[in-house]
Write a protein that binds this ligand. Structure first.
Ligand code: BGC
Length: 704
């Protein structure tokens, strides 16, 4: 490839390609040079019509309408094969919560998985979803969603992993690595897709430094993990539709990052002009060739689009097909695994690790032997609430409600009173019980992917719970000795109006098909909660910048989320990275491997973490960096590493975290490149991003 992503042909092409070893080895069995030779040979034999056919889906209009009107419609979205030349079709399926076809495993939503901060676990989730896709003949999983959560009002917040580019990149790349053991993955939506209801029209405006440092690094990590494709977003970025955005697609993705895969448009209305899109570097229009069909052929014939551009796009698509698809694609794949026990157990483990304990006064949790009678109420208690009904929805073979989870765990030994959701009857039930648990929060009507025709989902206008839920909580809290509230939602919920009234608060997010069992395990102490917030929880909407989903243009500042709170000295309700446990952890003895490193070096931070309580648990250790004497404005602290460690009671472990000098660079618009500054850096390690939680050490970068 040249600097901007155009394909070189023949041996030169084979020589420059570098792909993670496992990708080629695991799937097609062909070597990279065999794949490149095959691509060149086949492109040379294709007619223009055959090439252009490769560049668009061929989903019939009837299927399309059905898919929008009935989100349960489970078919794959396909592109044509070419039998004459032995080229298979792409069979794509959503998405971020698991495989969207058939009766597949519904994993917890992305935000819950983000709260696990568990890279290896997310790799296993990606692997399981990829397996289920492949068993059901799909070869492209339209996942992960790695858009930055810029503002908690975003309707699709639940699909992504959080607000921090480093954390998002680690989780997204893990998902790609796992999924691509079986199928192609598709990080989306590239880029700055952070408002739902105006996604088709809004122009996201930001400077180059903000783009490179905040809105793109996580996509880059997914590309470095070998992602086969990237989905362009619906919105404009700096005045150019993302699917027509030459800077984004050619300069950055295919140029700077040397991406070898193909760029697929988001679905419907994401391409407006075939010439602009093709020249800018879009390779595949989905789900139909509205522009990449007859119109594109005409543009090639009249010279507006050079045939070399078509060859480049087709080569990218074929390269990935030959890397990932083989004739006996589903052989050995067991349908029994789809939505089966093993993956359901993984969904449960993931929910258990992603559930966040926000408050736990007077040891209200766990519910131990002293609780003989338990009142269970709230609108979500007897329901299965797994998230929105948009493209990330999954239809599992079964799903467990919280009440079912509690009954099967404790029904024999604890008397369970169904308290319902009317404030007066729930309060009276709670008054007769040793403790009360309320399951409340959001569902698909409150937030999610938005389809204008059927008006489902959309962004949140308010960050609090409904008046009904608040009334219920307050009534129950007034009559209960021990009131526990479990909250569902895809991102931050404001709780100032009731949080002081209750004893414990658990953030369940959307915990997937096994959510009810996972919650019961956490509430009764079979599992020690370990999830931490991957986003900051504000006290009120007023603490945040404006979210206007009617605006045609939105200006994105460099600072959002915890960086914005830090910069403006605001105190959140709960900080980024926060989460309690049934035990306590002590941090000590932070030390660095060097005092000074060069700009291409790296440094190791070691810290001792002790479980000072009496219950085994897992702790997420977070490392932030601060910049002293920088020539440019910098965040007060920047997450640069994290790790999960399991600790038995009384046990102390040394946790090592690495920071590369390159990862501390800022993007200079003057030199159009990354600059590692020769300044002092502060390393801050602890259980959350809260200043008082962090212990500190410093080092310098000097010389190369
Ligand atoms: C969504 C994508 C999804 C696609 C296919 C679009 O509306 O934005 O995330 O992958 O539909 O379902």
């Amino acid at each position: 490839m040249d600097r901007r992503g155009f394909i070189r042909t023949g041996a030169a092409a084979a020589a420059v390609l570098a792909v993670p070893e496992w990708v080629a080895a695991a799937i097609s069995g062909l070597t990279e040079s065999e794949i490149e030779r095959k691509v060149v040979q086949i492109v040379a034999q294709m007619t223009l019509d055959e090439k252009i056919k490769q560049m668009a889906g061929h989903v019939p209009l009837t299927n399309l309408a059905q898919r929008v009107l009935n989100p349960k419609y489970p078919d794959t979205w396909n592109t044509p094969e070419n039998d004459r030349l032995g080229v298979p079709s792409i069979r794509s399926i959503d998405g971020p919560r698991g495989c969207g076809t058939g009766k597949s495993t519904a994993f917890p939503a992305g935000m819950c998985r983000g709260a696990t901060w568990d890279e290896k676990l997310e790799q296993r989730v990606g692997e399981a979803a990829g397996y289920e896709c492949r068993a059901q003949t799909a070869n492209l999983l339209l996942s992960p969603c790695v858009n930055v959560l810029w503002h908690p009002s975003w309707g699709r917040a639940q699909e992504t992993y959080g607000e921090d580019p480093h954390h998002l990149g680690i989780m997204g790349a893990a998902h790609v690595t796992g999924a691509q053991k079986h199928v192609m993955a598709c990080p989306k939506h590239f880029a700055a897709n952070n408002i739902e209801e105006s996604r088709f029209s809004v122009n996201a405006v930001m400077d180059e430094r903000t783009l490179r440092e905040i809105y793109l690094p996580h996509f880059r990590k997914c590309v470095e993990a070998g992602a086969a494709s990237v989905m362009s977003a619906y919105n404009d970025l700096n005045g150019e539709l993302c699917g027509h955005n030459e800077h984004l697609l050619r300069d950055v993705l295919k140029g700077d990052w040397e991406f070898e895969g193909f760029v697929v448009s988001d679905w419907i209305m994401a391409v407006e002009d075939e010439v602009e899109a093709a020249l800018a570097g879009l390779d595949l229009e989905m789900p139909r060739g509205t522009h990449f069909g007859r119109k594109l052929k005409k543009a090639v014939l009249n010279g507006e689009v050079p045939e070399q551009v078509i060859d480049e796009a087709v080569s990218r698509i074929l390269r990935m097909k030959f890397r990932f698809i083989k004739p006996d694609f589903t052989e050995g794949y067991d349908m029994g695994m789809v939505g089966g026990e093993k993956h359901a157990a993984l969904a449960r483990e993931t929910a258990e690790k992603g559930i966040v304990l926000l408050k736990n006064d007077n040891k209200a949790l766990p519910l131990l032997g002293d609780v003989k009678t338990l009142a269970v109420g709230g609108g979500h208690a007897a329901r299965v609430v797994m998230g929105d009904k948009g493209s990330s929805a999954v239809n599992p073979p079964y799903a467990v409600s919280p009440l079912e989870g509690i009954e099967s765990k404790a029904g024999g030994r604890v008397k369970i009173i169904k308290a319902g959701s009317s404030p007066s009857s729930a309060a009276s039930a709670a008054g007769k019980a040793d403790a009360a648990v309320l399951f409340v929060g959001l569902d698909w009507k409150d937030e999610g992917e938005h389809f204008p025709i059927v008006e489902v989902g959309g962004d949140r206008k308010d960050l609090g719970l409904s008046k009904k839920d608040v009334k219920l909580i307050k009534s129950v809290a007034a009559s209960s000795e021990r009131c526990i509230v479990v909250v569902y939602g895809g991102s931050a919920i404001t709780m100032e109006d009731w949080k002081d009234d209750v004893d414990a608060i658990v953030m369940a997010w959307y915990p997937g098909m096994e959510g009810g069992s996972a919650l019961a395990n956490v509430l009764f102490g079979d599992v020690n909660p370990s999830g931490k917030l991957p986003i900051v929880f504000p006290k009120s909407m007023d603490q945040l910048y404006k979210f206007d989903n009617k605006a045609k243009e939105v200006h994105y500042d460099y600072y959002h989320g915890y960086r914005y709170f830090d910069k403006n000295g605001l105190e959140p309700a709960w900080p980024f990275g926060f989460g309690k446990s049934y035990t306590t952890y002590e941090y000590s003895n932070l030390r660095l491997s060097e005092d000074e490193i060069g700009s291409s070096g790296s440094i190791k931070a070691k810290v001792d973490v002790k479980n000072a309580g009496d219950m085994a648990g897992e702790e997420i250790v977070e490392l932030y960096v601060g910049y002293q004497g920088s020539e440019v404005h910098r965040p007060v602290k920047d997450l640069k590493a994290f790790a999960r460690v399991r600790l038995e009671p009384g046990r102390k472990e040394t946790v090592a975290l690495e920071i590369r000098a390159q990862d501390l660079a800022y993007y200079s618009e003057e030199v159009n490149d990354w600059v590692v500054e020769e300044i002092e850096y502060e390393v801050m390690v602890g259980p959350s991003s809260k200043e008082e939680d962090l212990i500190k050490a410093g080092f310098k970068i000097f010389g190369p």
